[in-house]
Write a protein that binds this ligand. Structure first.
Ligand SMILES: [Cu+2]
Length: 159
């Protein structure tokens, strides 16, 4: 059963076309003018406290938007993070929001902006899917399923 014609947000066909240009990774979904794809959650061994989630966020509208929050049933809290150099070390820090400028794409990726799942109550393994709800200042909230992948080659943790 399809839901075409019943969703929120304009022009879903335009969204599919554009997400299809990305290599690998699947489109995750849309809300308002925001299209999301290339999502993944880093696999974690049992006992790990935290993990990261990453995706590409594409604003197809003429108005800037901002990712202002996230939540997941597998994490006690979810923060938006960026990283900076501090005495030659990469250090993560929480940010209030991540700007998604009009007609631009922002990559959340290791070593840059990312979503931090903190206080895990499950330990996602490759092949699992993790539910994450993202909230945008203007476009509202959307719940997406992120595939789990092994740790990325770039190791940016500081502890
Ligand atoms: Cu982080």
């Amino acid at each position: 059963m399809t839901q075409s014609g019943h969703g929120h947000g304009p022009a879903p066909m335009q969204g599919e076309e554009e997400m299809g240009e990305h290599q690998g990774g699947q489109p995750l979904g849309m809300v308002g003018n925001i299209g999301m794809g290339q999502g993944w959650v880093r696999a974690t061994p049992p006992g790990t406290a935290n993990t990261g989630a990453f995706l590409h966020i594409h604003n197809r509208g003429d108005q800037g938007d901002e990712l202002i929050g996230a939540s997941s049933p597998i994490a006690r809290t979810v923060e938006l993070h960026n990283v900076r150099m501090n005495d030659g070390m990469m250090q993560m820090y929480p940010v209030e929001g991540i700007e998604i400028p009009a007609n631009e794409m922002v990559e959340l990726k290791p070593g840059s902006f990312h979503i931090m799942l903190i206080g895990l109550n499950a330990f996602p393994q490759p092949g699992d899917m993790v539910e994450i709800t993202l909230t945008y200042r203007h476009s509202g909230s959307v719940t997406l399923m992120f595939p789990v992948q092994e740790m990325a080659p770039m190791h940016d943790m500081t502890h």
